[in-house]
Design a protein around this ligand. Structure first.
Ligand code: FEO
Ligand code: CA
Ligand code: CA
Ligand code: CA
Length: 659
């Protein structure tokens, strides 16, 4: 389905202006309808969501913080048909929660700091994944089919299996996983992927931030302490999302205290963090199936997992970002050649063994994929970084292995996207407040230590790589399994009013953006860019843009001048124009725009509005989106609590999106 020739000469919609109001804005001629919001029931006969914190059945309702998403066409026989648009299964992640709006009066604790068990169960069930059947209405919009037996919630309580080289290893043994082969649930599911055999991939990102760890654990080895610290679980630590789940009695909640408190690893939850940080595979067409965590794909803060185009008999290849400051970008190359006869979870054999690579970007525009194989490239027991005893050790501690082989430390790798026409791979580097002029490199070339002055005289005081950029590479020989590539920078984020030394891609009012995050190619080869921004909220809420991507090296040279303080880096880059990059949507207040899916006929675009009003309080919400009418462009009722939601965008004339 290559529509590039007629569709991609020029974007076919009016640019949406920046906005700070509490509405979704789309171009003239488009409709935006709420399809699936926090608390919506997934079965017939359930009561509508009251949105006052009364519901206790989130295992059968939409979770919170809708994120990565995929549309699987649904055949009349109930199986996957990639050509069907009228009916489908939408799989979507519920990354996190805004707890102020989930309970009657916000989250609570008793005088001893213990959380109510009911609140904690609700919070655990509001995380995870939704699998929901949807169908086209006569007006071209979509609705849930609550009668479908495929509807399912996967939550933090769902049993899962582990496979791959680390499954069964002692490092994965806990009181609830004594053989190291099972886990309960999935956590902080951010971006996503899908497979050529019809399954959904969900990615565990900031899982570490839900754990508490005690101060004094003499039974931990030096290697364990090194490993935990590298995954931001140093002694006496707890993360931003720590919610005190472990204060509730019972193994399923106490596991979120990962202190080594028992007599052995089988007797406590010291290893529980090792059961998170994986790529998880779900078969949307078998609601009784057990999801799988694939240890061969490495453990880190997984942002997404996107396949390269597959060919029968060749390895399958997936690209994966690790979204933290100075982390890496990885790819997985399967041992098993692609076998199209393996469908559903039978296909997961492709993900059970293979080679995990990490990227090094060199200053001359070339790059290398460095294999993370035990016994090679210094990944041995006498490494100075960490004593790697086995391949399981390399995969559980993929970040340490990547440190040891000399990968390039990036500005927060978020989503990857593969151009279906050229095979070029794009990666958002969202921002990095800790990048300094002393450690910029060719692939991460920007740092503004002293901020900068804008054209209107205002100053931007944010530090580091403030607005992020998008990098792009082409594998050698156009072979996704190649071990080298050539790269350039596709786009630099900036405010249009920033000085030319900051606004390097020449962004205008119609397309300026900051902190690119979600990134996705539609079936026609248009590139969609979503933002998750803090630096730019004084100008606009978060947004979605569409781009005609071009190809590598088509933009000429730009010079990055970091205030004259240290390095000047010259790169190839792309000059944006209103024809090749244009704003398509702006979201409501305090919402991130994330998750993208489209029907194969390109007549419906699904977008997630994540955490509107995230900074508000229970009694005084800071957003009231969405409206009860379901019109995403209408204002919500004064005083109502905001809800994360999937919206569906269609054209009033029923035509294809953005062409
Ligand atoms: Fe959940 Fe990196 O965004
Ligand atoms: Ca993200
Ligand atoms: Ca982000
Ligand atoms: Ca988020």
């Amino acid at each position: 389905y290559d529509r590039r020739a007629d569709a991609l000469q020029k974007l076919g919609f009016q640019a949406v202006p920046k906005s700070k109001d509490d509405l979704v804005h789309v171009p003239p001629g488009y409709r935006a309808q709420v399809l699936y919001a926090l608390g919506d029931p997934i079965r017939e006969g359930q009561a509508a969501y009251g949105n006052q914190g009364a519901e206790t059945d989130f295992g059968q309702r939409s979770g919170d913080h809708h994120d990565g998403m995929y549309f699987f066409g649904l055949s009349t026989g109930g199986g996957w048909d990639p050509a069907i648009s009228e009916r489908g299964i939408l799989c979507l992640n519920h990354e996190n929660i805004t707890d102020a709006y989930l309970h009657p009066a916000g989250p609570s604790r008793d005088e001893n700091g213990v959380r109510p068990a009911e609140e904690v169960r609700r919070e655990m069930e509001a995380h995870g994944v939704s699998v929901i059947a949807i169908r086209r209405r006569v007006d071209g919009g979509y609705e849930l089919d609550r009668s479908s037996p495929l509807n399912r919630r996967v939550t933090l309580l769902t049993p899962m299996e582990l496979d791959g080289p680390a499954a069964g290893d002692a490092m994965l043994a806990t009181k609830l996983s004594q053989g190291g082969t099972r886990a309960f649930g999935t956590l902080n599911n951010c971006a996503n992927g899908h497979t050529p055999w019809g399954t959904y991939l969900t990615c565990e990102e900031n899982w570490n931030t839900y754990f508490h760890r005690g101060a004094d654990e003499p039974q931990r080895s030096a290697a364990e302490n090194t490993a935990l610290a590298r995954y931001a679980l140093a002694p006496d630590s707890q993360g931003d999302n720590y919610r005190g789940w472990n204060t509730v009695a019972g193994d399923i909640t106490e596991r979120f205290d990962c202190s080594a408190a028992g007599a052995s690893a089988d007797d406590d939850f010291r290893n529980e963090p090792n059961l998170f940080g994986w790529i998880v595979e779900i078969d949307p067409f078998d609601p009784a199936s057990t999801p799988r965590k694939h240890t061969a794909m490495g453990r880190f803060s997984h942002e997404g997992c996107v396949p390269a185009p597959v060919r029968a008999g060749q390895p399958v290849v997936f690209y994966m970002g690790d979204d933290s400051r100075f982390e890496y970008v990885y790819k997985f190359v399967s041992d098993l050649p692609y076998d199209p006869s393996l469908q559903g979870l039978a296909g997961s054999a492709h993900l059970a063994s293979g080679t995990l690579y990490v990227a090094r970007f060199d200053a001359d525009g070339s790059g290398r994929w460095l294999p993370l194989r035990h016994g090679e490239n210094g990944l041995t027991a006498d490494s100075e970084v960490y004593p790697f005893q086995s391949q399981a050790d390399v995969l559980v501690h993929a970040r340490l292995a990547a440190d040891a082989v000399g990968a390039t430390r990036m500005d927060r790798p978020e989503w990857t996207a593969v151009d279906p026409v050229t095979g070029e791979v794009y990666l958002t580097l969202t921002n990095n407040s800790r990048r300094t002029p002393d450690d910029v490199d060719a692939a991460n070339p920007r740092s503004y230590t002293d901020g900068f002055t804008n054209a209107d005289g205002s100053t931007t005081e944010n530090k580091g790589n403030v607005n992020g950029h998008i990098i792009r590479w082409r594998e050698r020989g156009d072979d996704p399994a190649a071990t080298s590539f050539h790269w350039d920078v596709y786009l630099f984020g900036a405010e249009s009013g920033a000085p030319a030394s900051v606004n390097l891609s020449g962004l205008t009012d119609d397309n300026d953006l900051s902190s690119p995050d979600g990134l996705w190619f539609d079936p026609a080869g248009l590139l969609w860019i979503e933002t998750d921004d803090a630096a730019y909220l004084d100008h606009s809420n978060c947004m979605l843009l569409a781009a005609v991507p071009g190809t590598q090296g088509d933009g000429g040279a730009v010079t990055v001048d970091n205030g004259g303080q240290s390095k000047v880096v010259t790169l190839r880059g792309r000059r944006a124009t209103p024809d090749n990059l244009r704003r398509f949507l702006v979201g409501p207040m305090e919402a991130e725009i994330t998750g993208l899916a489209m029907t194969p006929d390109r007549r419906a675009l699904f977008v997630n509005i994540q955490h509107p009003g995230e900074n508000g309080e229970t009694a005084s919400p800071s957003s009231h989106w969405p409206a009860a009418s379901g019109d995403a462009t209408a204002a919500g009722a004064a005083g109502s609590r905001p809800r994360s939601a999937t919206i569906v965008i269609t054209r009033e004339d029923g035509g294809e999106i953005a062409v």
